[in-house]
Design a binder for this molecule. Structure first.
Ligand SMILES: *[C@@H]1O[C@H](CO)[C@@H](O)[C@H](O)[C@H]1NC(C)=O
Ligand SMILES: *[C@@H]1O[C@H](CO)[C@@H](O)[C@H](O)[C@H]1NC(C)=O
Ligand SMILES: *[C@@H]1O[C@H](CO)[C@@H](O)[C@H](O)[C@H]1NC(C)=O
Length: 322
């Protein structure tokens, strides 16, 4: 009886929930910064929204910053969620280096594959660190993420080179469904509107820009630029899009501009994908009635979250679970 009710609950939850993929330029994220009380709390709340988060500007030669954030996430959810991570090496042309770091719900998705794009002609300040993740969708069982944080000095060239990375990934893994995302600096002084429309990712067919021009992804009231973007390729991928937006965290968490700038000068950008195939009908009235009858029978033990049992968490690339 309990098993049936739980199953029904899971079915319902699966249909209501979306799978959220995010990208966030966390502005020179060091361990010292992450451990500041105000920064930590907000960062953890931002991370907790996402099934996969692509952090940029992680300035961390060890894995300490990420380990710290994972520990805080685990503390927040007390074993009811599992998290894993995958990081690039330190990337950059000068002594200033940053990493791409994926933080993901390892109870909902797994890393299938990853590679560091080989940037033979030094086209990128920080070449994409590509990763393929499973998706809880029958229509699209996996998707490839291609993150990029461009240097503001060379946005147009880097974004055209990003099209090359897309072709490389598509060929290498024989896939079409790819999400390119990150702080592209694709607006304002870094990229004129006229140049934007000539980018290969705009002129070639098949790419959908989910964060529209004109959407402000910057924290400062004095700026209004669409720097951060999410671009989706592949019809299956498009078909799953439910919503996409910049997440105005200062507003949601009631932070002043100054407090928000302590975390980042960017908003995260997010896209929500449907988990269930479109064909599935919403739960019928009969199902809902049955559920309402079964729910009182569940008793207290079924409503508790799983214990803090690391054995429940699947193995991950990053050793994230204790
Ligand atoms: C992740 O970062 C660590 C520490 O900087 C490094 O040793 C490791 O090689 C990185 N992972 C990848 C896949 O580059
Ligand atoms: C930013 O500019 C766009 C027009 O390009 C406008 O539609 C939007 O409301 C502005 N956003 C803010 C927060 O000022
Ligand atoms: C950092 O994590 C990676 C896994 O992504 C691991 O391969 C590497 O050894 C770790 N480096 C350090 C210094 O702990």
């Amino acid at each position: 009886m309990h098993g049936l009710a739980t199953l029904l609950l899971l079915l319902l939850a699966g249909q209501a929930e979306a799978f959220r993929i995010c990208a966030f330029n966390a502005h020179r994220l060091t361990l010292a910064k992450a451990t500041r009380e105000q920064v930590k709390d907000t960062l953890v709340q931002i991370l907790a929204r996402c099934d996969i988060m692509v952090l940029q500007e992680v300035v961390d030669s060890s894995n300490k910053t990420i380990s710290f954030l994972l520990q805080e996430l685990r503390r927040k959810f007390d074993g009811s969620r599992c998290y894993g991570f995958l990081n690039s090496s330190q990337l950059g042309r000068s002594t200033y280096k940053e990493k791409y770091v994926y933080i993901y719900r390892s109870d909902k998705t797994q890393v299938l594959n990853f590679y560091q794009y080989e940037d033979k002609d030094d086209l990128f300040a920080r070449a994409p660190f590509v990763a393929q993740f499973t998706l809880p969708s029958k229509i699209l069982p996996s998707v490839v993420l291609v993150p990029l944080h461009t240097t503001p000095k060379d946005v147009e060239n880097e974004l055209n080179a990003l099209h090359e990375v897309f072709l490389d990934v598509a060929q290498r893994w024989q896939i079409k469904d790819v999400i390119l995302l990150g702080d592209f600096n694709a607006d304002c002084a870094s990229l004129a509107k006229k140049r934007l429309s000539t980018l290969l990712l705009r002129t070639e067919a098949g790419f959908r820009w989910a964060i529209a021009d004109g959407e402000d992804t910057t924290v400062r009231a004095s700026t209004n630029c669409t720097y951060d973007r999410i671009v989706l390729h592949g019809e299956a991928c498009w078909g799953l899009i439910r919503a996409s937006a910049a997440f105005n965290f200062p507003q949601s968490f009631r932070l002043s501009e100054e407090e928000a700038l302590g975390i980042s000068d960017h908003y995260p950008v997010e896209v929500e994908l449907d988990q269930a195939p479109h064909r599935v009908q919403p739960p019928s009235l009969a199902t809902l009635l049955l559920l309402s009858l079964l729910l009182p029978l569940l008793g207290p033990q079924s409503s508790t979250v799983p214990d803090s049992n690391p054995g429940l968490c699947p193995p991950t690339w990053g050793r994230s679970n204790p």
